[in-house]
Design a protein around this ligand. Structure first.
Ligand code: HDD
Length: 686
């Protein structure tokens, strides 16, 4: 029983107690608008008696609660999303008649959802996995959904293999583990039997599989699409998103520890950045090429396991996307958002990529099972923002109330003065005309048959440090594979991919190299592409990054304030940490910390500062949370800025001075980098 300003407690005729709502707040009602007077007590026969079936308020509330969950997505179940806009910066009417690309400065609202692939909706944010990057553009000619990933290629070439791929990577069917992890028998069994997976596999095993932030990921439409202009002329096109903050990743140990420190690390990071006005932004670029160029390439542009290096077809930036508003309600928007690759608008069209063709069916179908009705397009997050009308009627959960009797077309009801309803228009979507002829057959094109050249190109495009990460990730994952014949088969492929990779993984596993796999098409040595490496394209900035400042009793308030200011001037954010959050007395005043030491490990930040007196550092040297805070920052190749007094803690954490260990004044500059050269001294990389 409460007795605050919203309720008063009254005694009824039989002496029983009732809560009566008072005041002017909007009335709470049932779903049918009946005002509710008591939301604390079910209806009973006697104060201590049985609850009555008659209690429609209770039954409605529990009934609704029981059905609050809908089936989660079979893939990409865990996701986070935001609203924003796309702005055209370089119109391309000569290439595409899509209205969103028609004028400089034209803005189109978007809703963008990022996701992991394998884990369930309640799983964690930072496992090694491909990330979904799905954008719904609410254009003035209908919705366009660009349902892509943060990796530009896909595991398989034909949609018919998708259920097998996903069954193999999700938790194993009998034991229901591991959750959100590819490091298990069935996944590696499948990929080792399907060498077309190798290209995506090497991307996923590289640092691309462990992005530091959703705001720091590239995005790709993956397939080759078509752009079509007003005259009906078509060109091939691949779509790219480039993060303004640069592409950044975790190191593996950091990503694994982040799972323990904060299950929601990416979700929180996206939410908080938008709340504080650091709106995530991406450039949108197209790679446009024609059939003639496609024919010169030694791989097929309809094969989703291949990229076209940007050294061959350069990227043209035509717009930008800014995410500037968090969802008002996670379920109504993020969970109910239904993305469909089949949602295209006039000016954008499909190709015959057999993976894309299968997707055109799958997504529409899955929405019916997830959202329960063919009318899922009426849910506000899915509905177009332009007018829409057709002759489709009725169905479960119909919320529209069409007037009149024109539910068929053609009709002549207008001749009788009645509303004839909508008609097809000459400016509507037209499929680009294409001549098709061939035998009906189930067959993979020979031009899809080279599985090793592009993964080898990826390997050759990496820095030494990035190569070590790939080899180590494969050793880690294959070490979790219990069946030795699977490991062996995989080693057969890896040495064809690149002999160096094969040798390093075999050594890491403590296995002899088996005979190489038999490649149907001998791999080519393609030119490496600089654009594929994260480290070679590192953006030296503090923007979007967070610096943790650890302080304790006696620390200098002036030094903390100065550092905070320097970080903020460099467009980073500062987060203060102390052994307790309630307020600590410092030299020059008291200060409350943003986070408590044990709950704010350094994995959550991009660099750390230790603003400590010698006495405090000596005390903290006995606290494992403080020692781990520093040693992890060092092991994760981050900059550490320290006051002179902090030395006892640095010594206890085993920190060896290097370029990334600085004084406090240098830290904001040093924090723009990770110190890759430190890594071989710290861990045995494959
Ligand atoms: Fe898919 C969801 C991306 C191949 C079937 N997929 C889904 C999502 C993304 C992708 C980002 C989550 C959308 C959201 O946030 O709601 N999928 C891809 C990419 C692919 C791909 C980039 C290859 C280039 N997918 C693919 C194939 C099939 C599917 C070949 C089936 C034949 N995907 C689905 C699905 C999902 C889905 C089962 C689950 C939930 C949903 O669609 O709405 O239909």
């Amino acid at each position: 029983m409460t007795d605050d300003k919203k309720f008063k407690t009254e005694r009824g005729d039989a002496g029983e107690l009732h809560q009566i709502a008072v005041g002017d707040d909007p009335a709470m009602t049932t779903n049918f608008g009946v005002p509710i007077s008591d939301n604390e007590n079910s209806l009973k026969a006697g104060v201590r008696g049985p609850t009555l079936l008659e209690d429609f308020v209770l039954r409605e509330k529990i009934f609704h609660f029981d059905h609050e969950r809908i089936p989660e997505r079979i893939v990409h179940a865990r996701g986070s999303a935001a609203h924003g806009y796309f702005e055209c910066t370089d119109p391309i009417p000569e290439i595409s008649r899509a209205s969103l690309f028609s004028a400089k400065g034209k803005k189109t609202p978007v809703f963008t959802r990022f996701s992991t692939v394998a884990g369930g909706a309640g799983s964690v944010d930072t496992p090694r996995d491909v990330r979904g990057f799905a954008v719904k553009f609410y254009t003035d000619e209908g919705n366009w959904d660009l349902v892509g990933n943060n990796i530009p290629v896909f595991f398989i070439q034909d949609a018919i293999k998708f259920p097998d791929l996903i069954h193999s990577v999700k938790m194993e069917a009998d034991r229901a583990f591991p959750q959100a992890a590819s490091a298990h028998d069935t996944f590696w069994d499948f990929v080792s039997l399907m060498p077309e997976t190798l290209h995506t596999l090497i991307w996923a095993m590289s640092d691309r599989g462990i992005p530091r932030s959703l705001r720091m990921m590239e995005g790709f439409g993956v397939h080759t699409f078509k752009l079509v202009n007003e005259k009906g002329e078509e060109t091939f096109c691949k779509f790219h998103w480039r993060p303004k903050l640069g592409t950044q990743s975790f190191v593996w140990d950091e990503s694994a520890k982040t799972q323990g420190a904060d299950n929601d690390f990416h979700r929180r990071d996206l939410w908080e950045a938008i709340e504080r006005g650091d709106h995530p932004e991406w450039d949108f670029a197209v790679q446009v090429f024609d059939k003639e160029l496609a024919e010169t390439l030694p791989y097929d542009v309809l094969d989703a396991t291949k990229i076209i290096p940007e050294e061959i077809v350069p990227l043209r930036v035509i717009g930008r996307m800014v995410l500037d508003r968090n969802p008002d309600n996670f379920f109504a928007e993020t969970e109910q958002a239904a993305f469909l690759p089949s949602n295209v608008v006039p000016g954008i069209d499909f190709t015959d990529d057999p993976l894309l063709q299968g997707r055109l069916f799958s997504y529409l179908d899955t929405q019916k099972s997830r959202l329960g009705t063919t009318n899922f397009h009426q849910i506000p997050i899915n509905a177009p923002k332009c007018p829409f009308a057709n002759m489709q009627r009725d169905g479960l959960m119909q919320t529209h109330v069409p007037k009149g009797r024109a539910n068929y077309e053609p009709n002549s009801l207008n001749e009788a003065g009645e509303d004839p309803g909508p008609r097809p228009v000459s400016t509507g979507f037209r499929t680009a005309q294409q001549h098709v002829e061939g035998d009906k057959l189930r067959m993979r094109a020979e031009s899809f048959g080279d599985f090793y050249s592009q993964p080898r190109m990826y390997w050759n495009s990496m820095t030494d440090n990035e190569r070590a990460h790939i080899a180590s990730a494969m050793v880690f994952e294959l070490s979790k594979v219990g069946l030795p014949h699977i490991r062996e088969r995989m080693l057969g492929h890896l040495q064809v991919l690149h002999p160096d990779l094969g040798k390093r993984v075999a050594k890491g596993l403590g296995m002899n190299l088996p005979a190489p796999a038999k490649a149907v098409i001998q791999p080519l040595d393609l030119d490496p592409s600089e654009a594929l490496s994260i480290q070679k394209n590192w953006q030296r900035t503090l923007e979007g990054r967070q610096v943790a400042i650890l302080f304790d009793e006696g620390s200098s308030k002036a030094e903390i304030d100065k550092l905070k200011k320097a970080v903020e001037t460099a467009k980073g954010t500062a987060f203060t940490i102390a052994p307790s959050v309630g307020g600590i007395s410092l030299e020059g005043g008291t200060m409350k910390a943003d986070g408590q030491l044990a709950g704010s490990p350094s994995v959550l930040f991009d660099a750390v500062a230790l603003v400590l007196t010698q006495q405090a550092a000596q005390k903290l040297a006995k606290d494992s949370a403080a020692v781990g805070f520093v040693s992890d920052a060092f092991a994760h190749l981050k900059a550490i800025g320290a006051s002179e007094g902090a030395k006892p803690l640095l010594d206890r954490a085993g920190i060896e001075a290097d370029e990334g260990v600085t004084d406090l004044a240098t830290l904001p500059e040093a924090a723009k980098l990770r110190y890759w050269d430190r890594e071989p001294k710290l861990r045995d990389l494959a």
